[in-house]
Design a protein around this ligand. Structure first.
Ligand SMILES: *Cc1c(COP(=O)(O)O)cnc(C)c1O
Length: 387
């Protein structure tokens, strides 16, 4: 298959589906480049691709990270690590959550660096490493930020003794000390950062570890963009690379659009009720279109009440409660609508936009809670100049 054929195949395989996500390669690369430029010479970048690259498709975006020479990627699952290696990523891989022993064992072949925060799982990890005749690089996750999620409290003598015990296992090699901020709040981050630096230096001293051999890291996207002192040796960024960050924080573009198509178009008289439960009544003679996406595609029913979609650059209100694989929208005011027309459920169409704030308000959830499950894995890479 030539790359032209492949591109055609990828396009059609996504766009033959009822719904799909378009992933903008150029926007993603521009975001990565922006962040690299910002932190270059100061800190390493760990590009976080957990949850299948925040639902964007790890396999679609890893080639960009390889091309841009990003030194670290942050994964959740072994599968994401395998995808990274398959895409030719030869840099370092950090798992950004605590892993079960079964995952750690199976992940050895991808050379994953693991977070460790308690003596018992450290002992399990040591045994797995020793049995395989390997050394596992570990990052000690400490609770300086107060998140209390797989993180060791080293404010007590017992906690510090646990840290020393963890690091003493011959199957494990201390490669980093880290914490993770639970709040997007500068004041909180600045206080936690000072505690982290002081606790990390104490641990280096207690374990007799030279400073140069260990990466100190704590910044997520928010901290990296808003608290410069948080970069330390490495920035672990996810959200900002996908353009899911405060638009005032710089030139980071959204990389994703959720799309479907118009199937059927029907006219109904005023007073007609619509959809399951017959919950809506038309207050005028209406032209209604069926869209080829529903809650089974990740378009939550919670969005129906306030939700709208874009058709031919115009907004069309959702009229029904959203079915499993379709929804009904009001296209009475959209001229020339036809079966096959593209429908934008999230993103831009012409100058119109379905914006993040709108969906977050309707769903009372962060956008990532929505987009990580959209379109059931139908993803298409667009704007990829390398294909
Ligand atoms: C998800 C995650 C990140 C990235 O967070 P963003 O806010 O998406 O940048 C960094 N570190 C850890 C430990 C994480 O779990």
């Amino acid at each position: 298959m030539t790359s032209q054929d492949l591109m055609h195949h990828m396009r059609s395989s996504g766009q033959d589906a009822g719904s799909w996500l378009e992933i903008d390669a150029a926007a993603f690369e521009s975001n990565v480049r922006n962040l690299l430029t910002m932190i270059d010479d100061t800190a390493l970048l760990c590009a976080v691709v957990k949850s299948n690259a925040y639902g964007h498709g790890a396999g679609l975006l890893l080639p960009s990270l390889v091309r841009l020479g990003v030194p670290f990627v942050g994964v959740g699952s072994n599968e994401e690590a395998a995808i990274a290696r398959r895409c030719g990523f030869t840099g370092r891989i950090l798992r950004v959550r605590a892993a079960a022993p079964q995952e750690i064992k199976a992940g050895l072949r991808h050379d994953i660096e693991e977070l460790v925060a308690d003596p018992q799982s450290a002992w399990e990890m040591h045994k797995i490493a020793a049995e395989a005749g390997k050394l596992v690089r570990i990052h000690l996750d400490i609770n300086s930020s107060g998140i209390s999620r797989h993180s060791l409290d080293v404010s007590s003598a017992l906690g510090r003794a646990s840290a020393v015990a963890i690091v003493s296992h011959p199957g494990l090699q201390l490669a980093g000390i880290m914490t993770h901020f639970p709040k997007d709040d500068n004041g909180h981050i600045e206080t936690a950062l000072e505690r982290f630096k002081s606790q990390a230096l104490t641990l280096l001293h207690l374990t007799g570890t030279p400073r140069e051999g260990v990466l100190l890291h704590c910044a997520n996207s928010y901290a990296a963009l808003h608290v410069r002192g948080s970069w330390l040796d490495m920035v672990r960024a996810g959200a900002v690379l996908y353009g899911d960050s405060d638009p005032r924080a710089g030139h980071f573009q959204r990389c994703l659009a959720f799309k479907a198509r118009i199937a059927s178009i029907n006219s109904y008289a005023a007073g007609t009720k619509v959809g399951y439960g017959l919950t809506r009544t038309l207050n005028r003679d209406s032209k209604l279109a069926t869209v080829t996406a529903g809650y089974g595609d990740g378009y939550r029913r919670a969005l129906a009440r306030q939700g709208g979609v874009l058709v031919r650059g115009r907004r069309a209100a959702i009229v029904d409660v959203v079915s499993m694989n379709s929804m009904v929208v009001d296209v009475t005011d959209v001229a020339d609508v036809s079966p096959g027309d593209e429908v934008v459920l999230f993103g831009r169409q012409g100058s119109a936009e379905i914006a993040p704030a709108e969906l977050e308000a309707a769903n009372s959830a962060i956008l990532a809670d929505l987009y990580t499950v959209w379109a059931q894995g139908n993803r298409v890479l667009v704007n990829d100049e390398h294909m």
